[in-house]
Design a protein around this ligand. Structure first.
Ligand SMILES: Nc1ncnc2c1ncn2[C@@H]1O[C@H](COP(=O)(O)OP(=O)(O)OP(=O)(O)O)[C@@H](O)[C@H]1O
Length: 306
């Protein structure tokens, strides 16, 4: 668990992060969301001491991060940098092996772990001998993730890990990312300015503005229990889409009698209403179920908005 207690940071006398507090729990993806310059990256970098905070305390599993050497701390934290952060003059193989070398792994261990990760992240072996600029943006970001995962650290910090991708590639990577077993036991803090990404990946979201946290909560709480106008206004543009995306078929259960139909289409209780509607809308034969699902969603929605 990561605990951030009233942490602040000023640059040239100007507050970049202003008394923020939050916790990221074990096995949780916590998203720091906010517009450019609100202090997300500074917050993330204070956790692995790439930036030292001015005041407050940061604890990882109860231990103050200042009580150990910064290099030691970073050995226990995977870090995915903005724009992949790969070393341009290193091959992909060398880039991925940076941490294993620091940890003095033998060559065989590094090679087999590299191979395992390439496979999990759907990268082919032939990328290993290439340089970062010989890979697509999506491939580079996957390599950046492989590099951060290699030492299997319990904490993973990710700064706009999918920032360079177009929306279609992003949607693919998001679903792969969510299903990666590797990530299930980690505490992950992910920085993004992309609202849809925050809702797709985050178990909870910290919405930031001007160095402060305005609200922390689950995607559902953010939409249906905003603490103030800033929060509701922040999501206005994407609101309906987000509502469809966070509602699951399980939640529609009380308003819809169609368990068998779910199975026919390969849906599970966890399938989002959005994904189900998208699949159903591709075939006119499904119109009845499609309409019933929209009706069920409208009934469900009435109960959420108070
Ligand atoms: N090294 C620095 N020196 C001076 N000011 C800085 C430095 N790093 C960040 N800042 C300022 O601190 C504020 C917060 O920056 P930060 O990078 O944390 O924001 P962010 O939310 O991550 O933005 P983005 O999404 O654009 O990366 C900004 O006003 C930025 O200009």
């Amino acid at each position: 668990m990561i605990t951030v207690k009233s942490v602040s940071k000023k640059f040239n006398g100007k507050p970049a992060v202003d008394h923020i507090s939050f916790q990221a729990h074990d096995q949780e993806i916590l998203v720091l969301l906010g517009t450019s310059g609100c202090g997300k990256t500074t917050t993330l970098k204070m956790i692995n001491r790439l930036i030292e905070s001015d005041s407050g305390a940061i604890l990882i599993d109860g231990k103050n991060i200042l009580d150990q050497k910064a290099e030691e701390l970073r050995m226990g934290i995977g870090f995915v940098m903005q724009h992949s952060g790969l070393f341009p003059h290193y091959t992909i193989k060398q880039n991925i092996a940076v941490v294993p070398e620091l940890l003095k792994w033998d060559k065989k261990k590094t090679e087999s772990r590299t191979e395992e990760l390439l496979h999990k992240l759907h990268l082919s072996d032939d990328v290993l001998s290439r340089f970062p600029n010989e890979l697509s943006g999506g491939q580079q970001q996957r390599v950046g993730i492989a590099r951060a995962l290699i030492a299997n650290t319990p904490v993973l910090l990710m700064d706009e890990p999918f920032g360079a991708l177009d929306n279609i590639t992003k949607a693919d990577i998001h679903s792969e990312f969510k299903s990666l077993e590797e990530l299930k036991n980690k505490t992950i803090i992910l920085v993004t300015h992309d609202v849809q990404e925050a809702f797709e990946l985050g178990h909870r979201i910290c919405l930031m503005d001007k160095g402060k946290i305005i609200q922390t909560g689950t995607p559902k709480e953010m939409l249906y229990r905003p603490q103030n106008n800033f929060v509701s206004d922040f999501f206005t543009e994407n609101r309906l889409l987000l509502e469809y995306k966070i509602a699951t078929l399980k939640e529609m259960g009380a308003f819809l009698n169609s368990e068998n139909t779910h199975r026919t289409f390969g849906f599970t209780e966890k399938t989002s209403v959005w994904n189900a509607l998208q699949k159903l809308s591709s075939d006119h034969k499904n119109t009845g179920y499609y309409e019933n699902l929209i009706k069920a969603f409208n009934e469900y929605r009435k109960l959420q908005i108070v």
